[in-house]
Structure formats: C-alpha cells, structure tokens
Design a protein around this ligand. Structure first.
Ligand SMILES: [Zn+2]
Length: 618
C-alpha cells in the first residue's frame, strides 16, 4: 500500500511538471555571424554564415527550415503565380498591361539565394530547396535545451527591384537589401512557421547579429545594427570633427552588430547623403537619402518629426529599446525593419512623413512585440495604424476629432462590398489584396479605437502600455491583448475578440421607437447586427441641455467610466445580447427632446449609422 502511494506521488509529480511545461512560455534563440562580399557591378554576392541555434522548446528537433526570400523573384515562383492569378495585383509588381513584372525577369535580373554548403556541428546535413524555403534534415536531433552550430556558405543575386528589396529602384537607389540572407524560420508553441514568400508579412527568431559587409568603398551603407568600425569607414559615421584614414583597396568592410533583433536589413548607394540627429537622452537617428535637390526639402523636413514621433511612441507605448534608428531611402512605398525603415523618396514631405511615422511605429509592434504578422496581421498593421494615427494627429497638429475616421470609412466600404473575410485569415490567403489591406490596417486599427469605446479611453491607453510592458520580446497572440484589456478594465472581453477578429459579424444598433407616455418618454432600441456592444445614448433637449444613458452589455460584466464627465450620465440595466430590443424611460415629455443619438463618439463601428439618430419632428 505504502509503495503504491509512493508511485502515485512520483507519477503525480511528473505529470504536473509536464503540465507546467505546456503552459509556460519559451522561445528559440539564434546568433548569426555573417561575412558577405557584394559585387556592385553584377549585383551578386557571396557569404558565410555561422548560426548558433538554441532549442528552448520542450521538443527534440529533427529538421530546421531557412527562408530564402530572394528566390521569390523568379518567373514561375509562388509569388509570381499568385501575382498572375489574383484579381487585384499590387500595382508596383505589374507592368502597365497588368502583367507580372517577375515573369519578365531574365537570368541576370532575377533574384536568387542558394545554399552551397551546410554543416551542423561540423557534420554534413542534407538539404533541399523548395522555392523560398530550405528544408534541412539534421545530422543529429537538437534536444530540448540543446545548442547546435550551423555553418553555411551561400550565394545570391539581388533582383531588379520588384517589391521591398532589390536593385536600382525608381528613385535610383542602388541596393535595398531586405530579406537577403538565409534566415532561420521561427519554431514556437504552434510548431514551424516556414511560410513561403508569397506576398507579405513576416515572423522571425530573435537573436544577436554580427555582420561584416564588404562593398565598393564609394557606397554609403545604412540599416540594422551599430557600426563597429566608424573611424575606419567614415561616410558620416565617424565622430564629428574627426578625420578618417584613407583605406587602401577598392572595397571597405563594414562591421555591424545588432542585439536582440529578428531581422537584418541594409541599403547602400554611392550617392547617399547621410545626416545624423542625436536625440536628447534618446537614440541616434540616421537619415540616408539620394543627393538630389528634389529630395532635399522632404528629407530635411522628416528629421525633426522623426524625433517627435520617437518621443510620442516612447511616451504612449513604452521605451524604444535600441540606441539607433535609421530612415533610409530605398525599397518601394515603406517597409519596416529592425532599427530602420526603407521609404521611397516622394516629392512631397507629407507622404514621406506619414510613412515614416507608420514604419517607426512598427518598431514597437513588429520588432519588439513581434506578433506573428502572417497569422495576426491586424495586431501588427492595425495597431501600428492606430498609434500612428494618434501620433500624426498630435505631432503634425492635424486637429482631427476622430483620427481614425478614414479607417472606419474603409471598413464600412468593405462590409458593403460583401468581400470581407475574417481577420483571422492568413495574410497571404485573402481572396484578393484589397480586403486584406482593409482588414489588416483599417479594421485592425478599429480593434483598438473601438476597444476605447468599450472600456474607456484612459483604460485603452493603459492597456497599450501594459501590453507592451508585459509582452515585449515575447511574440504575443490575440488572447494576450484581450487578457491585458480585461486585467486593466476588469471586464470580460472574449465576445469582443471573437466576433471582431474571427468572424465577419457586424454591429448594427438602432433607435426603433420613441413614444410618449403622458409626461414621460419611452425609448426603444434594437439590435439588428449579430455582434454585441454596450451602448452610449446621448439625449439633446430643446433647451440644448444634454444627458447621456449607458446600457452595458451583460456579458462584459462591468461598466466603463463616464466618457463625458461634464454631462450627467445614467447607467441603465445591462442589455443581454439575446434580447433584440431594449427600453428605457425618460421622466420628460417627448416635446422637450430635440435629438437622440446612439454612440456620439462614432467609435462603435455601426455599419448602418442612419438608424442611430432620432430627431424631433421626423
Ligand atoms: Zn505597416
């Protein structure tokens, strides 16, 4: 009997230890050391990569996967096939006849990235290229908690600029080098994320990068990472007022280090102007742009606003954890990278400043929080759009009462079109590009703007800060933002996350009837849409006095504070979602009422605003 008890106790212990493992957070770790040699005449490069991989998962790994993104820029690639079959291809990626620009690339214009040799702890491994993904069968499994070292040689060719990376873009920038090196895919609690490069959105493993780049000495380089040898390199990186020793030979070797990043981008051009702005108690900002008078005004105007935006995000999200940020002309449109962004030149300051604010905001959501943006694009593009709209309104003094107005408009248009797909759709697998864009950016921004309506604006901003503080460098998932908002507000918000992000249920509440009962007035509201919401109702009387009523949603088990403290508010009974109608009575005659409005903030995304207003005499 005693023995049996002991066995049970031991088993019980093992079982609870396993259960612990399944719920506690872990993440993989990578340390890259790369040496790369770039030929600026042929746009070809060769490199070595030493990658120390730490398996912090509770599983043994028999395989690993690398991304070889440049292979997307070849006729017949998955990116090309998608471009040829989608109804609304990205205009930057097709010619004037809407034909794929990738399909037209010849062998000297395509991009490629090929692994030539690969070993694991000195032993050969077998590997196989499947388009943009390298599948590696390991020489020996990596046990839980184990470390292994991969050593690789690779060669690449920079594609003619099609999308994001590439050579000689429209602005004449020679090299926009994003997604250019063999990059270990992320393995997390959901398993491998070896997504092919089809269109967009990335997920990566954090680690430390040590990159030595050898390139023609006339080229100025910028990007991710701190330059380790500025006094040798010069090009505006040397200490102010010091002189740089002339180096022999045609090339220079730039040595960069970047701690705790999940990506490494660089750009280079022989005609870059390089300006430096040292923020007070903050990071150093670098600006690299073509030495052409048509860009000068814009790229000077961007500089003080980058500092202001950095300060705004530090204050409203949390501290930027790196000591450097670079705004670089290159790529197409704008794209965020670790400690940097690539933005096309633009002829007006406005659009470049707007893009800079958006891409800088990604530093918090894509690089430090680093949600898997292929799966949860709304948490990255949407939250970035939300905070950059607030930032633009403030630092550019736009004075918009609702800085998200445009997001709401685009979302309503999408609902009208009948082409909406749930936000939980993978970023590459929307039926077409437009619904993806609206769903990720606009409906994603509304997730937070409207959450402010549900839990209150102060609680929303507190949620954003706590979310960043609790989940930085941890790849948060949708439940994490929901739980954070729940902890801050004391409300239950599962209904909000589910309906908004996993379904296309819409919100439609209305004022059904306003009727007189002697000296009193009864207001009947109705729920028409499937998605539940709490309601704020504003009453404007004939003498222009105002009062509000608040009908909390029963399933949220809480109430927000009065959003209009200067106006008297009455909290009504909870509205259970199942009830199509809800009534309340005013102790005033109907003749004293001028107008009634549901949600005067317009932050509740009601797809039919017409039935939200009642006016006397109608
Ligand atoms: Zn973005």
């Amino acid at each position: 009997m005693r023995l049996l008890v002991t066995i049970l106790l031991v088993q019980g212990f093992v079982f609870s230890a396993l259960a612990q493992n399944q719920t506690s957070y872990w993440q993989q770790h990578v340390d890259y050391a790369m040496e790369v040699d770039m030929d600026v005449e042929t746009y070809q490069y060769t490199g070595t990569q030493k990658l120390v991989y730490t398996n912090n998962s509770p599983e043994s790994l028999n395989r690993v996967y690398y991304h070889l993104y440049f292979n997307a820029f070849q006729p017949g690639s998955e990116m090309d096939m998608r471009l040829q079959s989608i109804v609304d291809p990205d205009e930057r990626m097709v010619d004037e006849n809407k034909k794929s620009r990738i399909a037209a690339l010849n062998s000297s214009e395509i991009g490629y990235l090929h692994t030539e040799t690969l070993t694991q702890d000195g032993n050969k491994v077998t590997f196989n290229e499947e388009g943009t993904v390298l599948v590696v069968n390991l020489a020996s499994p990596i046990p839980p908690g184990g470390k292994t070292t991969f050593e690789m040689t690779f060669k690449g060719q920079v594609p003619v600029q099609i999308r994001r990376s590439g050579r000689n873009n429209k602005d004449g920038v020679a090299l926009s080098m994003s997604q250019w090196y063999p990059k270990m895919a992320e393995y997390d609690f959901e398993g491998w994320h070896a997504d092919p490069y089809i269109a967009r959105e990335f997920h990566g493993v954090w680690g430390d990068f040590d990159v030595k780049l050898t390139i023609d000495k006339n080229y100025t380089v910028g990007g991710t990472g701190y330059l380790q040898n500025p006094q040798e390199i010069g090009h505006g990186y040397e200490d102010a007022g010091t002189s740089v020793k002339k180096q022999k030979g045609k090339k220079l070797t730039w040595h960069f280090k970047a701690p705790m990043v999940h990506d490494f981008m660089w750009a280079a051009d022989p005609e870059y102007v390089h300006d430096v702005l040292q923020m007070k108690n903050g990071p150093t900002l670098h600006f690299l742009y073509k030495n052409d008078p048509k860009y000068a005004e814009t790229w000077k105007a961007v500089q003080p606003l980058t500092e202001k935006a950095m300060n705004f995000f530090n204050k409203n999200i949390g501290e930027y954890p790196y000591e450097q940020y670079s705004v670089i002309q290159g790529g197409d449109g704008g794209m965020e990278y670790a400690m940097s962004t690539l933005i096309t030149g633009g002829d007006k300051p406005g659009s470049v400043i707007g893009t800079m604010i958006h891409e800088l905001a990604h530093s918090w959501f894509q690089h430090v929080l680093a949600t898997n943006e292929a799966k949860h694009e709304w948490m990255d593009e949407g939250f970035t759009s939300f905070i950059s709209a607030l930032c633009s309104n403030k630092i550019r003094e736009q004075g918009k009462e609702n800085p998200f107005e445009n997001s709401y408009k685009r979302y309503y248009d999408l609902v009208q079109s009948g082409k909406e797909q749930p936000q939980a759709t993978h970023a590459d697998r929307y039926d077409s590009n437009t619904p993806y864009g609206i769903s990720a950016y606009s409906k994603g921004a509304i997730f937070l703007a409207q959450l402010g309506y549900v839990i209150g604006q102060d609680k929303l901003m507190e949620t954003v800060k706590k979310y960043y503080a609790d989940f930085k460098f941890k790849h948060p998932v949708p439940n994490d933002i929901k739980r954070t908002a729940e902890k801050v507000s004391g409300m239950e918000l599962g209904w909000y996350l589910t309906d908004w992000t996993q379904t296309t249920n819409t919100i439609d509440y209305g004022i059904k009837k306003v009727s007189e009962n002697g000296s009193e007035t009864t207001i009947t509201l109705e729920r028409i849409g499937l998605m539940p919401m709490p309601l704020d109702i504003l009453i404007v009387y004939a003498d222009d006095t105002r009062e509000t009523f608040y009908a909390p949603l029963r399933m949220m088990r809480g109430e927000k504070e009065n959003p209009y403290p200067s106006i008297k508010r009455t909290v009504l009974e909870d509205w259970p979602w199942t009830n199509p109608n809800f009534e309340f009575t005013l102790s005033k005659p109907i003749s004293s009422i001028k107008a009634i409005m549901v949600d005067p903030s317009l932050l509740m995304a009601d797809v039919n605003p017409e039935n939200n207003v009642w006016q006397a005499g109608e």
